[in-house]
Design a protein around this ligand. Structure first.
Ligand SMILES: [Zn+2]
Length: 323
């Protein structure tokens, strides 16, 4: 049995795991990223952590896959721009490889790693054309097509959260106004609920989170209020699902996937979100695109980034080409 290390780097934590060739996690560790200590320091602690989990799992590894937020050059293995890590043209693969005895290191965007994992070892097994979306703190997408990821020019394909839609007027972190992710994300769901409270709507959320406490509402609170039949919470998740469906109507018409995998924290809203999403997709796209389309929740859940990155390393080593 062959083994690989999978790494998921975020602004706060990095998760490092040893994954076998079937996608099963053997050992996992989470350490603070501590971006303020600089990239070289992050790489040094990453190398130590890989060595540690390898020893705990008592296996040798064939290579390492790393998912990084933002824009990456997956051919060179560099982080081109990661806002929350402060990295620009950072040669992550080369630096790490040099610290772990020259083992091959593959770097890709974190959402692509998650979609690769779901497509090859999760909900997407058996499907050739998989569109994966994450609805978490933000919203993003990636496309897996006949064994390979789709990159587009400059590797920028997939930022579905940053299309401006009519009916949204929030300013996004990216600088545009009206981006889908300002609504279709955990942050967006919480914000809409908070605004309903501030407008003085009659909602159980106003009783639980009066006045300034409204800032503490989470997407999970909105789901709970929805289940209690709260009209404001129902309106928020309906609107969110509808706008998500509108964005996806464009995506399925362009890519014609046979499966959409929905992951990320806010995806735990499940049918509360997926029902209005499906309805809007069916209203806004031709039936050819959705009549045989499957929609499934992600299977790999919290270790999706680690498993996806490890399976990606396996895929690259076995195929011998860029996937
Ligand atoms: Zn945006």
């Amino acid at each position: 049995m062959k083994h690989y290390a999978g790494v998921d780097i975020g602004g706060t934590n990095m998760v490092i795991g040893i994954v076998d060739e079937t996608g099963k996690t053997r050992k996992m560790v989470k350490i603070a990223t501590q971006v303020q200590r600089g990239g070289e320091d992050v790489v040094a602690r990453l190398a130590e952590a890989i060595e540690r989990v390898k020893q705990e799992a008592q296996v040798e590894i064939e290579g390492v896959g790393i998912g990084v937020p933002g824009f990456v050059d997956h051919v060179k293995g560099t982080s081109v721009f990661a806002a929350n890590l402060g990295w620009r043209d950072f040669p992550l693969a080369d630096l790490l490889s040099a610290r772990i005895g020259g083992l091959p290191v593959f770097v890709n965007n974190d959402v692509r790693m998650y979609v690769y994992g779901e497509a090859t070892g999760g909900a997407g097994r058996g499907f050739n054309h998989v569109l994966g979306i994450t609805v978490g703190t933000g919203m993003a997408a990636a496309m897996f097509n006949e064994g390979r990821l789709y990159y587009g020019s400059g590797g920028r394909a997939g930022e579905l959260g940053h299309i401006a839609l009519e009916g949204i007027d929030y300013v996004c972190n990216c600088g545009l106004t009206g981006c889908l992710e300002t609504v279709a994300s955990a942050t967006g769901i919480a914000r809409q609920a908070r605004e309903a409270v501030e407008r003085g709507e009659s909602t159980v959320l106003a009783e639980k989170f009066p006045g300034e406490k409204a800032a503490n509402i989470t997407a999970a609170d909105v789901s709970r209020a929805y289940d209690a039949g709260d009209p404001a919470a129902i309106a928020v998740l309906n609107r969110t699902g509808t706008l998500l469906g509108r964005g996806l109507a464009t995506a399925i018409t362009l890519f014609s996937p046979d499966l959409i995998v929905v992951g990320g924290g806010a995806a735990q809203a499940g049918e509360r979100l997926l029902k209005p999403m499906r309805e809007e997709m069916e209203r806004a796209a031709l039936s050819f695109y959705w009549k045989d389309l499957h929609i499934k929740p992600a299977e790999l859940l919290e270790d999706a980034g680690v498993v996806g990155s490890a399976l990606y390393a396996k895929g690259r080593l076995e195929a011998g080409v860029i996937l």
